[in-house]
Design a protein around this ligand. Structure first.
Ligand SMILES: [Fe+2]
Length: 147
């Protein structure tokens, strides 16, 4: 394992984080129905955090000598999370976000394994911080979905 593996793993994570960020913005704008007020605000809270997450990942990539993805086409080519192309009802939006967030947290854990193999403590710390914050959101999204 080399630092290149950490950069490559971070670029993949950043691509998915960027897709997730845009999905949150999309849902913030397009949510409808009787949960509009709470979800419109919640999605804004989340995309505001994810703008910072994407930035933190990009700057970590740069500090490791890599190049963050700068265009939407490069992001989509790299991402494994799917864009939202429809306009789901509000409950499906929360369901989709919970699934994406679960995948992102698992991906973060996989990147941490690579950074630990490289003794890259800084990357591990960055991802631990993001993971702790986002596990709280995942719990809340699942609590909202539970009946
Ligand atoms: Fe807004």
């Amino acid at each position: 394992m080399s630092q290149t593996n950490v950069v490559e793993a971070l670029v993949g994570l950043m691509a998915n984080a960027s897709v997730f960020y845009q999905k949150l913005r999309n849902y913030h704008w397009n949510v409808r129905g009787d949960k509009f007020f709470e979800l419109h605000l919640k999605f804004e809270e989340l995309y505001t955090e994810w703008a910072l997450v994407v930035d933190e990942l990009a700057e970590r990539i740069l500090m490791l000598g890599g190049t963050p993805l700068g265009t939407l086409s490069a992001i989509l080519a790299k991402a494994t999370l799917k864009e939202e192309i429809g306009r789901p009802e509000s409950r499906s939006m929360v369901q989709n976000l919970a699934e994406d967030l679960d995948a992102l947290i698992k991906q973060m854990e996989a990147v941490i394994e690579i950074s630990e193999e490289n003794k890259d403590r800084k990357t591990t710390n960055v991802l631990d911080g993001i993971g702790d914050q986002q596990r709280v959101h995942l719990w809340m999204l699942r609590a909202w979905l539970s009946k």
